[in-house]
Design a protein around this ligand. Structure first.
Ligand code: ADP
Length: 255
């Protein structure tokens, strides 16, 4: 198997002194559906930002599809797609135009960019929003637009940072259908951060749990559940709650 994402001993300290990443190591195989879980402030977004070259690390190494992002950042940008609420979108521009511009930015010809835009509008059910300005979209539709924009150039690795916040149940189901198809049929590697553990449980296979900048578990979701409760069958939600509670109890005892 080929490792698509390799992270070794990553450290990141913000200028305000907060150590957001304290030696993170991960290995994610090609075609994997991986989810990064952890409480607010654990370091998830920081890790995604470092891996997608939005911010710099302090020390450690990482490699995406065999490429060192610090040496070849432009090549990495062509391989990855990033859907995050931090993505800046011009609120005065129409949905359709934003997708076409994105296609042109990635080197598509005008007709190819228009074709891809139509495909993505259909895929993410944004037909009614096509001619609306991005600034007036609902939260859920904005998320769908973020994802559509991230997919314009057909990336082989897709980073989804809390993608379904604000989506209604039907939009959510449709969204996951699109993502699972990409993962199963086109072998796109998915790196998901979410607080909706039922979604992670249903769609992801491997996970890492990060708390206070350190990985506390890394492996399959099935093994995580077994580790937390060897005899019963707990949901990922309940397993997570038990695990995190045990960690904080242990910390209280140690202090
Ligand atoms: P998560 O995504 O798991 O909620 P973050 O990666 O956003 O966690 O944050 C990790 C830690 O780094 C938190 O303590 C947060 O306050 C801090 N942090 C995040 N972004 C910044 C920043 N730009 N400047 C300073 N501290 C930050």
């Amino acid at each position: 198997m080929t490792a698509e994402i390799l992270v070794h001993e990553l450290f990141k300290k913000y200028p305000n002194g907060i150590e957001a990443l304290k030696g993170i190591s991960l290995e994610i195989q090609k075609g994997q559906f991986f989810t990064l879980l952890g409480p607010n402030g654990a370091g998830k977004s920081t890790l995604v930002k470092v891996m997608t070259t939005l911010i710099n690390k302090d020390s450690g190494d990482f490699c995406i599809a065999g490429i060192n992002p610090e040496i070849n950042q432009s090549k990495i940008q062509k391989i990855i797609g990033v859907a995050s609420q931090d993505n800046e979108i011009d609120p005065t521009e129409k949905v359709e135009n934003l997708l076409i511009f994105q296609g042109r930015l990635f080197g598509l010809t005008k007709p190819a960019a228009v074709k891809r835009t139509n495909e993505l509008i259909q895929l993410f059910e944004l037909e009614k929003e096509r001619n609306k300005k991005a600034g007036v979209l609902s939260g859920g539709n904005k998320r769908r637009l973020h994802c559509a924009l991230a997919l314009v150039h057909r990336p082989q690795i897709l980073f989804l940072d809390e993608p379904t916040v604000g989506m209604d149940p039907v939009a959510r189901a449709n969204f996951w259908e699109v993502i699972t198809q990409l993962n199963c049929k086109e072998k796109v590697t998915v790196f998901l951060t979410t607080q909706y553990l039922d979604e992670a449980d249903k769609h992801a296979f491997e996970m890492a749990l990060i708390v206070d900048g350190k990985i506390q578990y890394s492996g399959t979701i099935a093994n995580f559940k077994k580790m937390v409760n060897p005899i019963g069958e707990l949901s990922l939600d309940d397993s997570y709650l038990q695990f995190v509670k045990a960690l904080s109890d242990q910390e209280l005892t140690n202090n």
